[in-house]
Write a protein that binds this ligand. Structure first.
Ligand code: XIL
Length: 390
């Protein structure tokens, strides 16, 4: 049983008051509209985040592919400096997904990912591999693959074994299967749409061709190609949707009962400044840890403008973001025993590169560094959480 730390409780209580008052300030009461505050946003001077923890502290970085992705980290020394200074691990934001690694059947394009991985290794950064099997960012030939279940499975196994073998010795962990679960609350949920028949799984091209068997098969193929690194199942909204978490736990327990080589659960954690509530987040971490598997935050970012209600990022919002980052990282460090902590990774370095505005359709400021790669107050929230846990 953890001992109750009264100092910590007092501190948390004080912090929750600050969060409440900041929420009101930032939201203008209940309207959620930015009502000003002209004071400048302060710029912290955190020396190095990674120096405050032994667990992997990661970040997703963009790399180029032919003439795509003009924000390629390999062309940006300023971005490289920030990554090396503060993080111990990278995830390729896109370049290791199937559409880039195998754009035509049997044609593997390694050079782009290889350059990125080499840069990481040269700079003493580890690499978390992302992602072997995912229904999205799949090459068209794979999506439209014409074959029976046996042929489909052989085609997927071939992708997984080629990729996991190629990076054997170079990556330290893999997201093996990404987003295989449905977001429905039940098979009868109206939100379920065409996923009703496949509940609790996502009605993806993978499920349509293979049922849920593709999940176990992917882990087996990955393990065969690289048995030395932890293999993760990765998904989103599992800290918000208790029913999705139920489905995840049932799935994981089934895989373990069948001796499938799964080692960890990845929480994407694309969350908002006020959603999900911290109780749900803590409960989800606790439940994942109770499986005995590793638990990793794989893609943390924090929307400050989820509904497009804010036209700019104010000093009050910056402090609110600090508190929320601190709250989430603290929850992870407290709920997941240290020997099960796979680490925390952020989905991008600077607000300028974040996928969130493209995803939500409006401006946002979800990350630890601003458009000019300057530190935002948020970075202090993460640093404080790491220091407190030491
Ligand atoms: C996103 C990238 O950040 C974008 O650049 C790309 O256009 C789409 O994919 N869950 C995942 C990530 O597992 O791979 C996604 O990354 C974000 C959601």
């Amino acid at each position: 049983m953890p001992v109750l730390d009264t100092d910590l409780v007092t501190k948390l209580f004080r912090k929750s008051l600050i969060v409440m008052s900041l929420s009101l300030a930032a939201c203008g009461g209940s309207s959620g509209v930015d009502q000003g505050g002209d004071e400048p946003i302060r710029e912290p001077m955190v020396e190095s985040l990674k120096a405050q923890t032994d667990m992997p502290l990661g970040v997703a970085v963009p790399a180029a592919y032919y003439d795509y992705f003009s924000n390629d980290i390999l062309q940006r020394p300023d971005l490289q400096d920030v990554v090396v200074q503060h993080f111990s691990q990278i995830t390729a934001e896109n370049i290791m997904k199937s559409s880039y690694l195998q754009p035509a059947q049997g044609v593997f394009e390694w050079q782009w990912a290889d350059q990125l991985v080499q840069w990481a290794l040269d700079n003493k950064l580890t690499v978390h591999g992302h992602a072997l099997v995912w229904h999205s960012q799949m090459p068209t030939w794979m999506e439209q693959f014409d074959g029976d279940a046996g042929q489909w499975q052989a085609m997927l196994d071939d992708h997984v074994s080629n990729v996991a073998s190629h990076f054997n010795g170079k990556v330290v962990s893999w997201d093996v299967v990404n987003e295989a679960l449905s977001d429905c609350a039940s098979a009868n949920d109206s939100y379920c749409g065409d996923s009703a028949a496949t509940y609790p799984y996502r009605n993806s091209v993978l499920y349509q061709n293979l049922g849920a068997d593709f999940i176990a098969a992917a882990f087996r193929a990955a393990h065969q190609a690289d048995s030395s690194v932890p293999l993760y199942y990765n998904d989103y909204n599992i800290s918000a949707n208790g029913l999705k978490m139920d489905a995840l736990i049932t799935m994981v327990e089934g895989l373990l009962a069948d001796s499938v080589p799964i080692d960890g659960i990845g929480f994407q954690m694309h969350v908002d400044y006020n959603w999900p509530d911290i109780t749900s987040i803590r409960s989800a971490f606790r439940r994942a840890a109770a499986t005995g598997l590793l638990v990793k935050i794989t893609e943390l970012d924090l929307k400050m403008n989820p509904n497009g209600q804010n036209s700019r990022f104010t000093a009050a919002m910056a402090e609110q973001q600090l508190e929320r980052y601190q709250q989430i990282v603290t929850a992870y460090l407290e709920e997941v025993p240290s020997e099960q902590q796979g680490g925390v990774s952020f989905w991008g370095v600077s607000d300028a590169d974040s996928w969130i505005p493209h995803h939500t359709g409006h401006e946002d400021w979800p990350l630890l560094f601003d458009q000019d790669l300057k530190q935002k107050p948020a970075i202090e929230g993460v640093e404080q959480a790491l220091i407190t846990a030491q």
